[in-house]
Design a protein around this ligand. Structure first.
Ligand code: NAD
Ligand code: UDP
Ligand code: UDP
Length: 343
């Protein structure tokens, strides 16, 4: 097969023309799929700033060049328009696999495409990892726990997922992606890492992507009522993006496969979240109740003991500290007329 020329190539760090990084270890070449998106672009910033080479693969379904424009012209950065559903040949040391729409509005827009992205996209990236001996990190999700019957959720919980519902393309897609990662780990000795990410917010989220934090913040800035779905008593735990990025890097660099919950255990009802947004942005902001969506999980809160113990990681930024950090970005983009990707 084609692996003879490149197997072990990546791990020996012998890319032609590479110079040692200033950080006292060999410079890595890293692929970030979905790197033009919200989480991916923050991760890319961190990897570039520590001295590594980054190749972003993105089909721009929900990602934007604007999220990376500050890196254009940097010789250690490369952006490839590519759909992970199709195979690709690259020589790299690490793969952060994020490509997948994350907001319910986006992943339900073309559910079959969401499944193809999760299954075929993950298969291709694992095939790539196997061929070049790269370490592979999957960004899975708290949605693998479905509408959980255990609270808070530990990694040992197998979940309560509807296999035929509107969310299944995402939930079951990510569950299959986890299965693929474990099978490549056991069967082909690929070094894999699995993160189960809980609701994350911050600058560069798509405006109007339907997620609750981006909705409430954009609505409050535009002086529109904040739309609370259902009775607003359902809970979520919100993590600021820089905490997540630190967790993803700690996981990639560590020795444990996982899965690891990466989230902030601070739990809020949607009504409480609306109150915090009101305090942060506009004390005259109002709320409006709307019908809830199908299969909406009633509560969600990570148990992060495993990540604390084995990765020495825990989030540092509370919701009250993190929200103001995304408001300026949202204000500027709303003023500039960026209407995001409201589908
Ligand atoms: P996002 O929508 O901002 O980013 C996803 C990126 O993947 C976009 O740039 C999009 O264009 C790209 N993409 C989608 N399908 C693709 C394909 N077929 N080929 C190539 N590129 C493709 O979402 P995000 O919030 O940054 O999420 C990143 C990852 O983290 C996703 O895998 C998501 O499932 C996971 N995650 C995020 C959260 C969260 O709260 N943000 C929670 C759990 C899991
Ligand atoms: N693949 C890829 N890039 C690579 C190596 C593999 O995109 O560098 C794809 C390959 O096309 C296949 C998938 O990854 O669809 C799984 O590859 P693997 O070698 O594990 O399986 P096989 O090709 O034998 O089905
Ligand atoms: N939600 C809401 N108002 C909105 C958008 C979402 O009340 O404008 C609720 C939604 O019903 C869910 C929670 O907020 O209970 C989180 O939704 P989101 O889409 O952000 O993420 P999820 O955790 O469901 O993937």
């Amino acid at each position: 097969d084609s692996s003879s020329g490149s197997s072990g190539f990546a791990s020996k760090g012998s890319f032609p023309g590479r110079v040692p990084a200033a950080i006292g270890r060999k410079r890595l070449r890293i692929v970030v799929t979905g790197g033009a998106g919200f989480v991916g672009s923050h991760l890319v910033d961190k990897l570039i700033s520590r001295g590594d080479e980054v190749i972003v693969i993105d089909n721009f379904f929900t990602g934007r060049k604007d999220n990376l424009v500050h890196l254009f012209g940097n010789p250690r950065f490369e952006l490839i328009r590519h759909d992970v559903v199709d195979p690709i040949l690259l020589e790299v040391d690490q793969i952060y696999h994020l490509a997948c729409p994350a907001s319910p509005v986006h992943y339900k827009y073309n559910p079959v495409k969401t499944i193809k992205t999760n299954v075929m996209g993950t298969l291709n990236m694992l095939g790539l990892a196997k061929r070049v001996g790269a370490r592979f990190l999957l960004t899975s999700t708290s949605e693998v726990y479905g509408d959980p019957l255990e609270h808070p959720q530990k990694e040992t919980y197998w979940g309560n997922v509807n296999p035929i519902g509107e969310r299944s393309c995402y939930d079951e897609g990510k569950r299959t992606a986890e299965t693929l990662a474990m099978d490549y780990n056991r069967g082909a000795d690929v070094e894999v890492r699995i993160a189960r990410i809980f609701n994350t917010y911050g600058p560069r989220m798509c405006l109007d992507d339907g997620r609750v934090v981006s909705n409430f913040v954009a609505q409050a800035i535009r002086k529109q009522p904040m739309t609370v779905y259902g009775d607003g008593k359902q809970t979520r735990s919100f993590q600021y993006v820089s905490d997540l990025v630190d967790g993803l890097v700690a996981l990639m660099e560590g020795e444990h496969v996982g899965p690891f919950n990466l989230g902030n255990p601070g739990e809020f009802t949607m009504l409480e979240l609306a109150e915090v947004v009101k305090e942060t942005i506009d004390s005259s902001a109002t709320i409006e109740f709307r019908a809830n969506t199908a299969d909406d999980p009633h509560k969600r809160k990570p148990d992060i003991s495993k990540a604390k113990e084995l990765l020495n990681w825990e989030p540092k930024i509370s919701l009250r500290e993190g929200l103001p950090l995304m408001v300026n970005d949202f204000r500027n983009r709303i003023l500039e007329g960026d209407e995001g990707r409201g589908l």
